[in-house]
Design a protein around this ligand. Structure first.
Ligand SMILES: Cc1ncc(COP(=O)(O)O)c(C=O)c1O
Length: 366
């Protein structure tokens, strides 16, 4: 029986256990010092003033929308190919997600496509840095400045990726991250927002905790939520952060190995990373040409499963989910959505396993 190759798997070095036991024994299981430490570490890493840990990456977006006053009747511009948390939270706060086409090579949205979606109801632009790529932020920030719109970078999949030397998530008004189990660093479930703007930081801190200021219990400044991470989770996060350089090195090894095995193969195209992006991949994803794979991407996923290899489809385009989203046809997003398959990507994945995955994928070509 072959050993199964999962799509993702977190890596723990041992420090996680030590920090977790430390948090447990301290009895600080909700709030506690690991939270402050993680926020300091992450703000420093992103070279910004403020970081707030949150219960997950979706809550991070929710808090960002609330702090920016996005609500009923407003619109936010989001990409039509991405994990759709930014769109879902828009709907949940009563706003309308307006979907932009993405670039056919980078699979990220760019300023030209965003501009087509801006109306006098637009309240924010939410670039999503998909699979660890980073959107062309200079152009997006120029457009946002011209239109006087805030930018929330959804960097859930791009922690530690860089654009022109700047950390993903640290260029807009607010950046959001996810620390879910498959992400570059994990706290089980978890996330973070970062900003350089004190006013937004203060607002988000209020929304994170029922609108209560820390020093005045049970007085609500506004109707907030409970978006807090726990000290136990932050203990994991601090340990993961200590191992970040190793995680980055290994993710880069995996990316390079997949490129070596898969590029120059007809019928398969890899996501394109511009030269000004230094990516730390969340997941390697490739587009399968239907002429080379006439059985279709979904059948390929089943065939890979028969080889004990877990893969995932690309994100479904919102225009395929008319039961939730009001969305025009998005030909580029739809094509990517139909053809993309993402392959196992995790730190302990060995080069021989990557060769095996690629060999099996290539063997499925017609
Ligand atoms: C781009 C993007 N945004 C937001 C999220 C939501 O993060 P979480 O699962 O931590 O709520 C994800 C999660 O997988 C994501 O990929």
């Amino acid at each position: 029986m072959k050993q199964k190759i999962p799509w993702a798997k977190p890596v723990f070095t041992g420090l996680e256990r030590e920090f977790l036991v430390n948090a447990l024994e301290s009895t600080w299981v909700s709030g506690g010092p690991f939270l402050d430490r993680l926020e300091r570490d992450l703000a420093n890493y992103c070279k910004l003033e403020y970081a707030l840990t949150v219960s997950n990456g979706t809550a991070a977006l929710h808090m960002a929308y609330l702090a920016l006053g996005i609500g009923s009747g407003d619109e936010v511009v989001v990409p039509g190919f991405a994990f759709l948390a930014a769109a879902n939270i828009a709907l949940l706060v009563g706003a309308k997600p307006v979907f932009a086409e993405v670039d056919p090579k980078t699979w990220c949205m760019n300023a030209a496509q965003i501009e087509k979606c801006i109306t006098n109801r637009t309240k924010a632009i939410v670039p999503v840095h998909t699979y660890g790529n980073v959107c062309d932020m200079d152009d997006i920030l120029d457009l946002a400045a011209q239109k006087n719109l805030p930018v929330i970078e959804d960097a859930a999949e791009a922690f530690a990726s860089k654009y022109k030397g700047k950390p993903a998530g640290a260029m807009g008004d607010i950046g959001t991250f996810s620390f879910q189990a498959t992400k570059t660093i994990t706290t089980g479930e978890g996330g973070m927002v970062i900003t350089n703007q004190k006013e937004l930081y203060d607002k988000m801190a209020l929304y994170r905790s029922h609108g209560m200021l820390r020093k005045t219990y049970y007085w609500h400044e506004l109707p907030g939520h409970n978006f807090r991470l726990t000290n136990l989770q932050a203990a994991l996060g601090c340990a993961q952060f200590e191992n970040l350089e190793n995680i980055i090195r290994e993710r880069k090894r995996i990316h390079e190995k997949y490129i070596n095995c898969l590029s120059r193969n007809s019928g398969i195209s890899l996501q394109m990373f511009p030269l000004n992006v230094d990516p730390v991949l969340w997941a390697i994803a490739v587009k399968l040409d239907p002429r080379a794979y006439p059985q279709g991407r979904d059948r390929v996923i089943e065939q890979m499963k028969e080889e004990q290899i877990e893969t995932r489809p690309g994100f479904y385009a919102p225009s395929f989910m008319k039961h939730i989203y009001e969305c025009q046809k998005l030909p580029i997003c739809e094509e990517i959505s139909r053809q993309v398959i993402s392959l196992p990507t995790y730190v302990s994945l060995q080069n021989e396993q990557i060769e095996f995955v690629c060999q099996k994928l290539l063997a499925l070509k017609a």
